[in-house]
Design a protein around this ligand. Structure first.
Ligand SMILES: Nc1ncnc2c1ncn2[C@@H]1O[C@H](COP(=O)(O)OP(=O)(O)OP(=O)(O)O)[C@@H](O)[C@H]1O
Length: 510
């Protein structure tokens, strides 16, 4: 007898995947209808990315069956997945740094088109979906947000029947998120199914028509997110609602970090020049830098962390001392710690164990004469893993074996635990589940309460409004005047993100 429902686009039965020490997927079953936008929700390390990689042929399951359009398939590699009509946008990008956007995409298409044709189709696709991507830019010059747009355009170019997105909006602005949702709804209405991994419950409820929740490698629930409240989703995922932030304390202290007259030519032809940037961060306050990525944030972050020492002498002061020409080690010695936005590569050595990754910025286990106290180092890593709820096979688990959110918790924790007097962090809760995000924010607030001066770069306005006492907005290499969060509105900050603060003379607060 013919069935009333259409053949599912994707069916997974009892998919199991073991890694040393963890059962990443434990008999997972999941079904996605044609044209459905299906959310996969779960705390960090729940097994979402592993499951998606199995569907896309990056990881082979130990057990289980996959059907695509009703037919059993064994997807051996991503090339075969794409041939079937499955495309994926990864959480960690897979672009070659030294190549241009078009060259990267062209490589993936295996010579089906000329490079010029690829560049043209990228430009067409990008403008069709309102994604700002220049095919000729070299990838190394792109910010994280820009790279993500490239990945999305690249996936769309393959005309997928099933598109997998692993936290696609984590670095997009609110406007760009809305545009992306428009794109995804359009794709779905054309019959393309979408698997959508996200930690943002509001997005899932606004976008998705089905939701599979995972916990500890298993499916812990299936629901219609449009009919499920924020609190219920939270509970399904982490067993409770995330705690609210402790209240703000009023007084702030001395100026700890001061930037004045910071003008800097662009470090590469595609970088952003900094123009007369000025900011202050006082002890006991959290100051945010809002703005769309690619507007000079990475350049500012580099000169603040000491990764670049190109800032003019006297333009960056720590407690009044000129540190513009100090490297990162000298800055850390003076109490300034930075957690950059790119976790794998800049903040962690992917192949190195977690304990050894502590050594990148922490010297607590280094004894006189450079002797390394391995026992102390491992104990330090173990304590961090425990305190921040990092899911990892142990202190020697290589950084690259951690799920995105868990590595994030480890790195942010590593810097917070250093008890810095000035802490600079970019996208502190990128890819982190709601429970862990609340925990990281609470730790940042605790740092402030202990008198630390905190500077947070984030593209998430909600996060900045929740965390910060004051905000600056960055646009085209310039920094707006500072704005107390209590007086700021999303609309105003949005307008400032387009560089429009100059027109609001008189509105400026100190
Ligand atoms: N290559 C690997 N080697 C060893 N363990 C791995 C590997 N990849 C993933 N794991 C482990 O499998 C588990 C599931 O990880 P996965 O990346 O699928 O989680 P996730 O739900 O996507 O998390 P997140 O939200 O943080 O991205 C984690 O405990 C992780 O440490």
């Amino acid at each position: 007898m013919p069935t009333m429902t259409p053949t599912p686009r994707l069916q997974l039965h009892q998919i199991t995947k073991r890694y040393p020490g963890v059962l990443a997927n434990d008999a997972v079953s999941l079904q996605v209808a044609p044209g459905s936008i299906h959310a996969v929700l779960g705390e960090n390390g729940a097994g979402k990315s592993t499951l998606m990689k199995i569907i896309y042929g990056v990881v082979a399951p130990d057990d289980g069956v996959m059907l695509f359009n009703g037919r059993p398939v064994h997807v051996r590699d991503p090339q075969q997945a794409r041939a079937l009509g499955i495309s994926m946008v990864f959480q960690h990008f897979s672009l070659f740094e030294t190549l241009s956007v078009a060259e990267n995409v062209w490589l993936g298409l295996q010579g089906a088109l000329s490079l010029r044709e690829v560049a043209e189709s990228i430009a067409v696709k990008a403008s069709e979906y309102g994604l700002d991507v220049d095919p000729h830019r070299p990838v190394h010059s792109l910010s994280v947000g820009e790279r993500q747009r490239v990945e999305i355009v690249r996936a769309l170019l393959t005309q997928p029947q099933l598109l997998i997105l692993d936290e696609p909006t984590s670095v997009l602005t609110p406007q760009a998120v809305q545009r992306l949702f428009g794109v995804l709804r359009q794709l779905a209405s054309e019959g393309c199914s979408i698997l959508y991994i996200s930690h943002k419950l509001d997005e899932i409820r606004a976008l998705c028509d089905a939701c599979t929740v995972m916990r500890g490698g298993r499916v812990s629930g299936v629901c219609d997110p449009r009919q499920t409240s924020h609190a219920e989703l939270s509970r399904l995922m982490i067993g409770s609602e995330p705690p609210a932030l402790p209240p703000h304390r009023a007084a702030s202290g001395d100026v700890m970090l001061e930037v004045r007259g910071l003008t800097l030519e662009r470090p590469s032809p595609y970088g952003t020049a900094l123009r007369d940037v000025a900011l202050q961060v006082r002890a006991g306050e959290i100051v945010g830098i809002a703005g769309v990525s690619g507007n000079g944030q990475s350049e500012l972050l580099e000169v603040l962390s000491g990764e670049s020492t190109a800032a003019p002498a006297g333009s960056i002061r720590l407690r009044g001392e000129d540190i513009a020409r100090c490297g990162p080690v000298a800055r850390r010695r003076r109490g300034l710690h930075t957690a950059p936005e790119e976790r794998l590569g800049r903040a962690a050595v992917p192949s190195l164990g977690l304990a050894h990754n502590l050594l990148l910025t922490r010297r607590d286990a280094v004894r006189r004469g450079g002797w390394l106290d391995l026992k102390a180092l491992r104990a330090q890593a173990a304590a961090l893993i425990e305190r921040y709820g990092v899911k990892a096979a142990g202190v020697d688990a290589p950084a690259q074996s951690l799920s995105g959110g868990n590595l994030q918790k480890f790195i942010v924790g590593r810097e917070i635990e250093a008890r810095p007097s000035v802490f600079i962090v970019a996208q502190p809760t990128w890819g982190v589940d709601v429970g862990a995000a609340a925990q990281i924010r609470a730790q940042i607030v605790a740092l402030r309460e202990a008198g630390c001066a905190v500077l947070v770069f984030s593209e998430e306005l909600d996060e900045l409004f929740e965390l910060c006492d004051r905000l600056y907005v960055m646009a085209q290499g310039r920094l707006s005047p500072s704005l107390p969060v209590a007086q700021a509105t999303v609309e105003q900050v949005g307008a400032w993100m387009a560089g429009l603060w100059a027109q609001e003379a008189g509105h400026v607060a100190a």
